[in-house]
Structures are given as C-alpha cells and as structure tokens.
Ligand binder design. Sequence first.
Ligand code: SF4
Length: 525
Amino acid sequence: SHILVCGGTGCTSSGSQQILNALQTEIEKAGLKEEVAVVQTGCHGLCALGPIMLIYPEGTFYSMVNVDDIPEIVTEHLLKGRIVKRLLYNETVTEDGIKSLNETDFYKKQHRIALRNCGVINPENIDEYIGTRGYEALGKVLTEMTPDDVIQVLLDSGLRGRGGGGFPTGLKWKLAKGNDADQKYVCCNADEGDPGAFMDRSVLEGDPHVVLEAMAIAGYAIGATQGYIYVRAEYPIAVARLEIAIKQAREYGLLGNNIFGTDFSFDVGLRLGAGAFVCGEETALMTSIEGNRGEPRPRPPFPAQKGLFQKPTILNNVETYANIPQIILNGSEWFASMGTEKSKGTKVFALGGKIKNTGLVEIPMGTTLREVVEQIGGGIPNGKKFKAAQTGGPSGGCIPVEHFDIPIDYDNLISIGSMMGSGGLIVMDEDNCMVDIAKFFLEFTVDESCGKCTPCRIGTKRMLEILEKITKGNGTLEDLDKLEELCYYIKDNSLCGLGQTAPNPVLSTLRYFRDEYVAHVVDKK
Ligand code: SF4
C-alpha cells in the first residue's frame, strides 16, 4: 500500500501532521513498515473535508480523519482489507459501491494542469517530481529549442498572466528578451495577498519544483542567469518546501552552472515579504527585493526595460509558471485547445464563503459560474439562495445571480465589472449585506494603501467614511453620488493598481445592488 496524507496548510491546521505521526507509529506497531509507504503531499483541494488521506492501490479517500481513527484504519483497512465506511467521503459512496474521487462532482469538471502534482507527489522529494516528467521541459528547451522558439510556443499557447492582469506571458518575455543588458532577472510573484486566495500557496506547498523549472526556462528565454521568488513570510510551509526544493535542484545540477551540460547557468534566491499587500504590485515587489520600502514606482519604464536593479526583468506569478513546463512538453496547440477564444487553458480558484466545498479547484476557462458554485462547489449550505460571488479580491467586484451563466474568462469578468484577479472566489448568500461586503474590502485597501499618492491615501479614507456613515444609518442619497464620484476620481488618478482598482468592490455593488445602498439611506429623505 501507499498512503497519501495531505500536508497543505488547510489540512495541517486541522491536524494532519499529528495524523501522519500516528499513522507511522501504528504502521510500525503492526509490522507493516516495509509494505506501506506513507507520503506527505500538498493540497488535494477539498480543504473543507480535512484532514484527508488517500490509500492506494484502491484509491480509498478518507476525510475528516481524527488521530483516534488511525488504529482502526491500520487494523481494518491495512491488515484486514476492510474499508472504514464511516470515514468515506459521502460523495464517493453509491448504491453500486464506491466510486473514484475523480468521478465526484467536485473533481469531474476540473482539469488539473497547474495543480497536476498537488496532492499527488511528495513536494520534498525531487525524485518524485522528476518521476512525473519534472525538469524534462527544461532539458528540452536547453537542448532542442532556441530562446525565440520558447517564446513563440508561449505566444502561440495564448497563456496570459494568472496573477490577475491577464497580460500575454509570451509577449512579456519577448519584450524582456529584446532589451540588451549585461544582467537580466526573472522574478516570481508569490506575495498572494487577496483575502480568501490561496492558489499560489498550494502550488508552492504541493509542487515547488514546477516553479523553479519554469523560472529556469524563462531565464533561458530572456537571457537571465538569476531569479528571485518573492514569497510571503506568512507562508512558512511554502517557504520551507521552496528552500528544500532549491537545495535539491542545486544538488542535481538543475540550478547553478552548466545546467544539462550546456553553457546555460541559472540560480534562484528567496526573498520573504513582510505582509504588505502593495508588495504584490510588480514595481513595489522589485523595490522591496532591492532592500527598500516596498512602494510602487511610476511606469514607464516598464520592468521589461528597467526592472529589478534597473535591469530588464520579467515577473510572473506562481500559477503562470506552473503552466509553463506542461506547455513546453505538450505544445501550444494542446494548451490553446482549452478555454475560450481569448483566455486559454485553465484557472485555479480558491472557493470560499457561503459554499459547501470550500477549497481549491482548477477549471477550464469558459466554465460558468453556475457550474463552479452549484456543481463543483456543492451549492450554498443550509438551503440558502445564492446572491453574488466576489472575484478578484479587493481589486475585483461582485457578480450577481443574473450573470450566473456567464463563462468565466478574463474579458467576460471585466465586461460585468469584476475581474479574474488571482483567483479568490468568495460566495455570498441571501443573508449577506452587500454594503458591508464593499466596506470590508475598502477597509482592507485603506489599511494597505502605501500612502505614496494622494488619491489613494486620502480618497479611499473619504470613501470609507461615507460608507461608515451609510451603514450607521446617517447617509443620504447625495452621499451615494459623492461616493460614486470619488470612485472614478481614485480609479483615474492613483499611481498603482492598488488604488486604481480599490473602488471596484464599491462600484460593482453600487451597479448591481444599489437598492441595498438606498435602503440604508432611504429613511433620511
Ligand atoms: Fe500607494 Fe495607493 Fe498610490 Fe498605489 S495607489 S502608490 S498603494 S498610495
């Protein structure tokens, strides 16, 4: 047998480490140490059911496992071959027997590219990554492709930045390659800061080598020899696994000098972010890596011209990188065959809020919001009605029920006043007050504004004051007009993306739920 125990942050916080320890002790006691391998993996996605484990060869999925359940799992399942029925995930139990996890509603519409190894391999063992064709794409680009070939594959694939902006990745690399310099840099944005978002954390915890491999490919494509991963210090498991991965990749000659026996050299360093949301903005991130206070700088010059240490730099987010080795191995046509006309491939979403299956999902672009919420997410708990979904975190907006059937892609979400963002998807039911939701996100941006420019520093504060006045029942209809006017002023005049998008949660709720704002002020008229 072969037992996978989830060691992602979600399951770790619900006790998976203790379960792993108890499992090893009981297996040893039962004399099964030689026959049963216990592997700690990254996140499987079904975080709401944690701690979880999968027992092979049958693929039995046990959820909400407790330390007290371990002796029974060992004696019944491992020794006697009898399934412990009470621990089965009820979606896998049918009248005809037990179905595989991949046939459940949560998994069957998913397509895992960025998450393909999460929950499958031991992220602390480079051999397991190599065993799933890891570092083969790097070998292929170094021995069979020119830098221009690599960039062309990415351009043809249609891959766009998964951090939220949706800029074509191949074009970003092409611009950086076109600028001559004695040194260039490849950066990875792992400063995932949106409330409710944990896609990047899960990739780093479950498959850290994929990011290193993709960064090395990027280095070859643009002519850089040094990479930096800027990761939140609040992600200790991700940081620890990245450190292990970098060390192992160096030992295997997959980072460092003369990779794959070629004259290409590339290394990666880690830089820890101290938790400022603005450091997820690319110019602030680079300023922070340089050792300065993480404040955005005006663009142009763009990073492809003058980025980190004033040298040409590319910066992509974790999920973007996680797609790249697969695109190199399977080809641009394979990737471009998934998704919508202008948004190719898949997108990872972190489902949260009023939804049954909170967790992590990867769906083809073009999947509807209804499919995500009702089928994959299992619907709204307690028989309540869906009211809205918030995408894009503090930069995004709320999508109301009338757009429930919209295929999710970059352009569709923007057309209805939200945005893809990095992938947080928070579901609200009929009990949520949309003015409170807007206020929550605005409080976040007021706290996180770096203060460098006036429209954002002062403007968001004034917006919050108006919202507080409204929610306390002291607002007027005139305040709503003022609020809207301020939104456009801040959007148009702020220096960086944080300020330019901060009004979005207010604007989208004003657009779709104006009656709720009016209900708060109506008594004053
Ligand atoms: Fe700082 Fe906000 Fe201005 Fe961005 S928009 S530079 S976060 S004050």
